[in-house]
Design a protein around this ligand. Structure first.
Ligand SMILES: Cc1cc2nc3c(=O)[nH]c(=O)nc-3n(C[C@H](O)[C@H](O)[C@H](O)COP(=O)(O)OP(=O)(O)OC[C@H]3O[C@@H](n4cnc5c(N)ncnc54)[C@H](O)[C@@H]3O)c2cc1C
Length: 474
């Protein structure tokens, strides 16, 4: 990295950037958004003088605050409030809605595919940059389980969270109206695979929501539903420690949730979840949250990756063996300098992503100004998890909390963390109103097919295809 600083020194004269620096940020999630925010704040004058240009390329015009997805699925927060509009917060950056499909760092170019390039059939636009921030995050880590690709759903996006909420309520409607016990049984069986944050929180919140919704169905009781959590290892929620993980298992089982440890999903072909312990559950709901892997676009770059596919990074958040290339977050293997032993890397979570983004933004500014870089160092402080309304578990700064206090801490922590004052105010208002009124139990699944009604009226056959831009519905 010394080389990067030295090269940059030539660009700086009397505290000014001599040459124009084009910074390309790939990804508009935690790392992408917070890095760009930091850069636009710290390089305000340079941006005004046209010495620096920041371009953010990301498939969606918003950053998703993923820890709120389980609450969005439960209906406690509206989908629009778990996302942050990038054009508004990154008002000094150029936001391009599209995907980087390849990066040739040797030539300092990235190939970008947008809706326009797809329509024009031009095969992608080439962007040239001087500094690259690669932060495409991660995707669900799937296994070749028969039937999974056809019937499974992940839990990483706001579309998946809202789709799952609508689906669960729809299954309750089906169960309530069918006379066929096999259909009813399958509709009321919900299988979640993976006992990490996403799986446990999503299951905890949705079960809680469905239990509440059942009081409005004359013939669906909470006891009629089967909620199953399948985890391959012998514990769940490793993020909150062993003791709190055990408490979570006990708490979920007390709620009649069938937690199966040391068990794998072998197949979900023909809509039957077949588990490694021999159990078979006919079901229409298989939620796959069994971990994440770095985004596959990293394979289309000339940048070094480790055995697990993450970008090899230094503790200064540069990509190893390169200059002018930076990375952080789920896609990056950043050395954990607090681990006390070599080889440890920071876990893929928001706690690291946010803090790394700040250091990354500062280091780019340092590099442009010819100053020394800062080392990223953060000791994991623990975690909070919600298990439904007024239920939670936490292990933070050595303190262990359960039930209501943990749930309250979860809300307070995430309210303090969700980006922008605007979002904080809206989320707080929603939570306050929810305390006064009854919970929302409506399914708006038909939003996914907005033309169906008109197609029928016009005499056509309603198609089940989502509209051109399925992200527009919520
Ligand atoms: C349900 C859920 C709950 C969670 N809860 C917690 C929690 O409570 N605490 C915690 O610490 N962590 C939590 N996490 C993990 C945390 O959200 C992630 O670690 C964090 O989002 C990683 O940040 P990132 O910037 O690396 O990736 P992301 O935030 O995922 O951002 C990646 C961005 O890159 C974009 N992108 C992808 N491909 C391309 C491409 N080819 N070109 C351009 N852009 C691209 C994506 O659309 C996305 O906007 C949770 C995750 C989930 C799914």
């Amino acid at each position: 990295m010394v080389e990067a600083v030295d090269k940059r020194k030539r660009r700086v004269r009397h505290g000014r950037v001599k040459e124009r620096a084009r910074i390309l940020v790939v990804g508009g999630g935690y790392v992408g958004m917070y890095t760009a925010l930091r850069l636009q704040r710290r390089l305000k004058r340079e941006l005004d003088r046209g010495e620096v240009e920041i371009t953010v390329v990301t498939p969606d015009p918003y950053m998703t605050y993923q820890p709120f997805l389980p609450e969005a699925a439960a209906g406690a927060i509206s989908p629009r409030h778990v996302v942050v509009p990038l054009r508004r917060v990154l008002d000094r950056c150029r936001v391009v809605i599209g995907e980087a499909t390849a990066v040739d760092h040797a030539k300092r170019t990235a190939t970008i595919s947008t809706l326009a390039t797809e329509e024009e059939g031009t095969g992608g636009e080439r962007l040239t940059y001087d500094e690259l921030v690669l932060a495409p995050g991660s995707v669900s880590r799937t296994l070749p389980v028969p039937g999974l690709a056809e019937h499974g759903i992940g839990f990483k996006t706001v579309e998946e969270a809202i789709g799952l909420r609508n689906h669960v309520i729809e299954q309750m409607d089906i169960a309530s109206s069918t006379r066929d016990p096999a259909i009813r049984d399958a509709a009321l069986t919900f299988v979640f695979v993976g006992g990490g944050f996403a799986g446990v929180e999503a299951l905890g919140e949705l079960e809680d929501m469905a239990r509440y919704a059942a009081r409005y169905y004359h013939n669906v009781q909470p006891e009629d539903m089967k909620w199953i959590l399948v985890e391959a290892s012998d514990r769940i929620l490793p993020e909150v420690g062993e003791e709190m993980g055990r408490y979570t298992v006990t708490e979920l089982r007390r709620r009649n949730i069938d937690v199966r440890l040391r068990t794998r999903l072998d197949s979900c072909a023909d809509r039957v979840a077949a588990l490694s312990d021999g159990a078979r559950f006919p079901t229409r709901t298989v939620v796959w949250t069994a971990g994440v892997k770095p985004h596959p676009v990293l394979a289309a770059t000339d940048l070094p990756r480790n055995g697990r596919g993450r970008l090899k990074c230094t503790a200064e958040l540069t990509i190893e063996g390169t200059t002018h290339a930076w990375a952080a977050g789920d896609a990056a293997a950043v050395p954990d300098v607090t681990a006390g032993k070599p080889g440890g890397e920071c876990a893929p979570n928001a706690q690291h992503a946010v803090r790394q983004a700040r250091v990354l933004g500062d280091n780019i500014v340092h590099a442009l100004r010819g100053e020394p870089l800062t080392t990223y160092t953060h000791k994991y402080v623990g975690s909070v998890a919600s298990l439904g309304l007024h239920k939670g578990v936490a292990h933070v700064y050595g303190r262990k909390l359960k039930g209501y206090p943990a749930w309250f801490m979860h809300r307070a922590y995430h309210l303090s963390r969700v980006p922008t004052f605007n979002r904080k105010a809206r989320v707080l208002a929603e939570w306050s109103l929810a305390g006064l009124f009854k919970r929302e139990i409506v399914s708006l699944g038909s939003l996914e097919h907005p033309r169906a009604e008109f197609e029928l009226a016009a005499g056509g056959k309603p198609s089940q295809d989502p509209p051109h831009n399925p992200k527009g519905s919520s």
